[in-house]
Design a protein around this ligand. Structure first.
Ligand code: AMO
Length: 434
């Protein structure tokens, strides 16, 4: 049995090996993922979360059982190796280790159910069935290391800018984004729902603490299966008092730029694994009418109150690497909580990035009578929103905010063609496990 406490003290991560370690005896651990038998000499590749190394064993120079194990241990088995590490021009990764100790911690059963190479030939649905094994792949690991940087960068930026991080209830009594798409559940004697968004709560909070942000999980019972929708997703939420939609669009542009600059700084090797060259996006503003006029010019059919996927795609082609704010959105196309602007327009906006919506937001209705009017106009019953409406009766400043899909942002920044690649354990119409 390996002493795991000792291993934790002694072990060196492969990504931390430097020229200073050449000639030294080290202890490394990870997954064996490839081996070659050239007769008297055997090679294997070892991978841990930080990097890789070639393991080299020559017959007669290493213990016989280690020499045997080099090619007999099944792929993706977990091993601890101690040995001398040396720089090598011939080794594919520039360094190799000559094993003196070799312990198998866990054997991987064969055959492996999916192809775990970087450019896996296994189709996405099957990879997701075995997501735990899919996550042995460096490309999958790279995506989630980058997503982790994004989450950290979001929090960092918001805290630096006086934001207060909040947690909101996930069980709610009425819809916040329209009557459909709700998962209903029993809450003792009452009916309740899983939250579609923290919209109403972040507004109530901004009216006292001014700048509030959250990383919030939302559930939407949309029946369609698309490459851009999930039934459970996460949002970067933001809400700010004494602000109109232009103030919060500016915050959004800056936070996305910061997130991407942090990915560029921290995730160089992950970007190399994914073969990506990222650029910090610029920011551009268009009215809804201007956006549709551009689409019309390119002979794309337009919708009166929304931008179709086709229009979003064309705008992405016209403005690559740009956070494109489309504002002055038709009131008809925005939820009840968005402030009207007159002439059938609203203070609502969407942000597009590389051809897809990543965010929507706007200035909110903070006036109780107008809120009741807007609820009715959307066919909703103000009685179901009483506590929300009443929260604006005792000194609530004008305020604005937005919600940005964490998986959508990851997908668009990394150029993934299916949103499921950007979520560890996706929940969609057909998937409830793993
Ligand atoms: P909206 O419903 O537009 O707005 O959602 C905000 C952002 O969340 C992402 N998103 C999704 N991602 C994956 N699967 C889904 N089913 C899904 N639905 C939404 C998108 C979208 O732009 N409360 C408002 C925001 C606000 O005004 O503050 C809201 O939820 O990237």
């Amino acid at each position: 049995m390996v002493d795991l406490q000792k291993l934790n003290k002694e072990r060196i991560f492969l990504g931390n090996l430097t020229a200073k370690d050449d000639g030294k005896k080290v202890v490394v651990a990870g997954w064996l993922y490839d081996s070659r038998d050239l007769g008297k000499i055997r090679f294997a590749l070892l991978r841990d979360i930080s990097g890789e190394i070639q393991v080299t064993a020559t017959k007669g120079e290493v213990k016989e059982d280690i020499f045997k194990a080099m090619t007999s241990v099944s792929r993706e088995s977990v091993v601890v190796i101690s040995g001398i590490v040396k720089k090598s021009d011939k080794a594919p990764l520039g360094r190799e280790i000559f094993p003196e100790g070799f312990e198998i911690l866990a054997k991987a059963e064969q055959p492996l159910p999916i192809d775990v190479s970087d450019f896996s030939k296994t189709e996405l649905p099957k990879r997701l069935d075995y997501r735990f094994l899919d996550l042995h792949r460096r490309r999958a690991q790279a995506i989630f290391k980058i997503q982790s940087t994004m989450m950290q960068a979001y929090r960092e930026y918001m805290v630096k800018n006086s934001g207060i991080e909040a947690n909101f209830p996930s069980i709610i009594s009425s819809s916040s984004e329209g009557g459909t798409e709700l998962y209903q559940l029993k809450y003792f004697e009452k009916n309740a729902f899983l939250s579609q968004s923290c919209q109403l709560y972040k507004q109530m909070l901004a009216c006292s603490v001014e700048k509030v942000f959250a990383v919030f999980t939302v559930w939407r019972a949309e029946k369609h299966n698309t490459v851009r929708h999930l039934n459970e997703s996460r949002q970067f939420d933001y809400e700010q008092a004494f602000a109109d939609e232009f103030v919060v669009m500016d915050v959004l542009g800056k936070v996305v730029q910061y997130i991407i600059s942090e990915v560029l700084r921290i995730n160089k090797s992950e970007l190399t694994i994914l073969g990506l060259k990222l650029r910090i996006p610029t920011v551009k503003y268009l009215t809804f009418m201007e956006a549709n006029a551009l689409a019309k010019k390119h002979k794309i059919k337009i919708d009166e109150s929304d931008l179709s996927g086709e229009v979003e795609k064309k705008l992405g082609e016209l403005y690559p690497d740009t956070i494109l704010f489309v504002h002055d959105w038709p009131l008809k196309g925005k939820p009840f909580y968005i402030m009207p602007k007159g002439d059938g327009l609203s203070c609502g906006f969407d942000a597009l990035y590389n051809g897809m919506e990543i965010t929507s937001g706007g200035q909110r209705v903070h006036l109780p009578d107008l809120l009741i009017e807007r609820l009715k106009a959307k066919g909703l019953n103000p009685k179901n929103f009483e506590s929300y409406i009443n929260s604006f009766r005792f000194g609530s400043p004008p305020h604005s905010g937005w919600g940005m899909g964490v998986e959508r942002l990851t997908m668009q920044v990394l150029g993934l063609n299916n949103i499921r690649e950007a979520v560890l354990f996706p929940r969609d119409r057909d998937r409830l496990t793993p």
